[in-house]
Write a protein that binds this ligand. Sequence first.
Ligand code: NAD
Length: 499
Amino acid sequence: MDAKNPTLSLPPKPREFGFHVGGRWIATGKRETMERLSPGHDVPVTRITLCTRKDLDEAVAVARKTFDSRVWSGISGAERATVLLRAAAGIRARAEELAYWETLETGKPISQSRAEVEGAAGIYEYGAGAARCLHGDSFNNLGDKLFGIVTREPIGVVGLITPWNFPFFILAERIPFMLAAGCTIVAKPSEMTSATTLIMAEILTEAGLPDGVFNVVTGTGPEIGQAMTEHVGIDQISFTGSTAVGRHALLASATNFKKAGLEMGGKSPQVVFADANLDDAADGVVFGICHNAGQCCVSGSRLIVEKSVADEFEKLLVEKFARVRIGDPLDPSTQLGAIVSTAHNEKILGYIRKGGEEGARLACGGESVASKAGRFIHPTLLADVTNDMAVAREEIFGPVLTMITFTTRDEAIAIANDSVYGLAASVWTSNLDKALGTIRRIQAGRTWINTTIAGGPEMPIGGFKQSGIGRDTGMYGVEEYMEVKSIHIALGGRDHWVS
Ligand code: NAD
């Protein structure tokens, strides 16, 4: 153990949370609660409130009243920016606390949680800049008698539903953009990972966000999530999660035809050409499937490698997988942490078995890590995979890489696009023509050349096909939460219609 960077201790008892509406904590009272076990240690770490539909109605009413009061929607971008900058400072001041609870609830390595918290603070700073850049258009080409202005206005109350894999970072990829636009928010984090969303509510209040602008209700998806998507008091749903639940969210949003922004699943290709720097590519591919234990929407889980280098590349991968440090998520040296739940662990192991039944060859991994508390799975490589196998078509969401080979570039592109998903893709080659020529033909919203899972708040995220609708982050992400209004102004008096 590194004495300067020790393994953190578990909390002596679970931390209890109420929920946060109108700028204040509401105690659990007589409501039911739900306990969360740390996936890396199997001990209870948090307890959240199971809010009722009445609690949700009250939170939506508060968000609506606050929006209509114009206390946030009516102030200047500069004033909104000040609050967002203070929120970023608040995150940095409580970074260690946020990272600790994020790791305890998700099972991700503490070093990763720390990096995500720091990255999140930077996104709030970007949001502050975005709030000051909002503008519309003018049309001076409608003739001398008409002038046009196009304005953007906040859409209203946004219902924000988030998943368990990046609870705090995904929150940061949404809140600053909604707030920069001038919206009010009712958030529902995953019932497995609510702690850091609740702490964020406190940070925003302390940053000077007016009461009622950001509200958090906690509870299960089928109960509170479903009620949010159906709620006629909500103007837009921002849903991040699986494609199956996203489909529900879209259908339920038809109650009042609320706008639905959906960020959903993926089965993202990593295309490796023979002329790539294979050592770099292998490192990127290993990182891409081990990051967050493969429980990452943009994991490059479908490796498509040129046949002439397939054996050499497989050897490199197996060597690197063996060196990934698996272990206690609270140990700063851990690279690969725990699987989020027992049910999900079984699902991943089931896919590994299914791959074998379908004819895939297990090149490494394939089993749980022995003698550890919690649930961990060795990084797994399934070779000799064809793109029609379930392991190549369905989102496994664990540290399981499937390897498919190709001989021509057209074949590689066809395999990459033969998926219902279109979330992300990487291409590895030392030839720029080949890199751009390939990436331009791959149907995916977030793509990389000679790297993977890199980015910043300037760049938009979102999916093609069944991976999503709409875009988050960047200026695209602010516009997502705004309505567009055209204003026509008559000039120089009216040519009368009635003679
Ligand atoms: P999930 O769909 O099970 O749950 C996501 C959220 O929806 C949770 O808060 C959950 O409580 C809620 N929910 C569940 N049932 C609901 C219902 N009937 N109505 C409304 N809300 C409901 O997803 P998950 O298991 O938490 O997360 C993993 C999935 O999320 C993966 O498919 C992953 O690819 C996807 N994801 C996508 C992105 C992206 O940006 N595209 C990012 C992260 C995760």
